[in-house]
Design a protein around this ligand. Structure first.
Ligand SMILES: Nc1ncnc2c1ncn2[C@@H]1O[C@H](COP(=O)(O)OP(=O)(O)OP(=O)(O)O)[C@@H](O)[C@H]1O
Length: 350
């Protein structure tokens, strides 16, 4: 399979998806004081700008609001507040115009179970203006040999691949993929990644949600991490990761002399296992090794690791929402606790 190569981001003039302060409330409208306590704010003021030819991944904890946000961008649901534009149009109010340029892969498309794969694909192609030939679409996801099988006889992974085939059938310029590889075996996952990357390389703008950090890391030009209805951080993987410290861990003997002051500054916790957080992994590791050499200290279980997307994600996932915490703060209800990011990730140049 082809390895994903660095993709040059699109230019600022090519804004394809523009989300400003988007909100989605389930239940009573926010304006209804009586019902306010019964409503639930699933999306709480999200801003996102996605450019032509970009592959943008939306990550988040369970229930963070990814699907609620995606449905508004796809034009399936109206926002309760803020504005959303796709290709310069309102995807909900001008749905038919936007829809002909977009492909959507939902988490559960609910196809008629007794149709064959081929008949379903033909029926879907009949609703599109310039569809790919059915055989071509099925071959893209390696389902050509299952064309005459009833949908109900497909495995979960095959059904997911059929979803993907139908989403790309209309040669969309904007593709929305909600957890596209959930349920796929490793081989099919890699094949799906290759297909998604090749569509992006051909100029398709792609927004996907995923729970797989490796999928986002491998495919996405930029990504966002959502938590409790808000986007906590947006950027390239390296921008996001650079906001989190690298770590050095070592177990020190009880009679070890004091560590150098540069390392003491990053020291977390106490006890025999020293854990140092650092923005200068190489420098501080060198200092630690020089110190150990000088004082003849044996460092037990020495471990040095650069920050990772997983670390960023877990750090965000661990943040309580302000309204889950003690009262007496002066932030808006629903706001997230201050992020642990130490350097603000740079937003894609607009
Ligand atoms: N129709 C609804 N009515 C009320 N609350 C809802 C409704 N749909 C979703 N929610 C709530 O909104 C929140 C966000 O849900 P959403 O499905 O958008 O999150 P998600 O990030 O896609 O989650 P997951 O990763 O688990 O699929 C959750 O707390 C969910 O329970």
């Amino acid at each position: 399979m082809s390895q994903h190569t660095t993709h040059s981001p699109a230019q600022s003039g090519d804004l394809v998806i523009d989300v400003r302060d988007a909100r989605r409330r389930y239940g009573a409208p926010a304006s209804s004081r009586k019902g306010a306590s019964r409503g639930f704010d699933a999306v709480r003021g999200v801003d996102l700008q996605i450019h032509r030819g970009e592959l943008f991944a939306l990550l988040g904890t369970n229930g963070a609001g990814k699907t609620s946000l995606m449905e508004m961008i796809e034009g399936i649901a109206a926002p309760s507040g803020g504005s959303i534009r796709v290709l310069g149009k309102d995807p909900f109010m001008e749905r038919s115009e936007v829809r002909r340029h977009t492909g959507i892969m939902l988490q559960d498309a609910g196809f008629p179970a007794d149709l064959t794969v081929k008949d379903m694909a033909k029926a879907w192609a009949g609703t599109l203006t310039d569809p790919r030939p059915v055989a071509e679409a099925l071959d893209l996801v390696d389902l050509g040999h299952r064309a005459d099988v009833a949908i109900q006889s497909l495995s979960g992974g095959e059904r997911r691949r059929l979803d993907l085939a139908l989403a790309v059938m209309g040669r969309p310029s904007v593709l929305f993929l909600d957890e596209p590889t959930t349920g796929l075996d490793p081989e099919s996952r890699i094949a799906a990644w290759d297909l998604i990357a090749s569509l992006r390389d051909a100029g398709t703008t792609i927004m996907l949600t995923t729970h797989y950090l490796d999928e986002a890391a491998r495919l996405a030009d930029r990504l966002a991490i959502m938590h409790h209805g808000q986007v906590v951080v947006t950027g390239t993987q390296s921008e996001i990761v650079s906001g989190y410290p690298s770590r050095i861990g070592a177990t020190l003997p009880a009679d070890a002399p004091p560590l150098p002051p540069e390392l003491v500054r990053g020291l977390r916790g106490d006890g025999p296992r020293a854990l140092v957080e650092t923005d200068d992994l190489q420098g501080d590791l060198t200092r630690l090794l020089a110190w150990a050499q000088q004082h003849q200290v044996v460092l037990g279980d020495l471990d040095a690791r650069a920050s990772t997307l997983e670390q960023a994600f877990l750090s965000i996932a661990a943040q309580p929402r302000i309204d889950d915490r003690q009262p007496g703060h002066d932030q808006q209800p629903g706001a997230l606790a201050p992020t642990t990011l130490r350097t603000a990730p740079k937003e894609h140049a607009a």
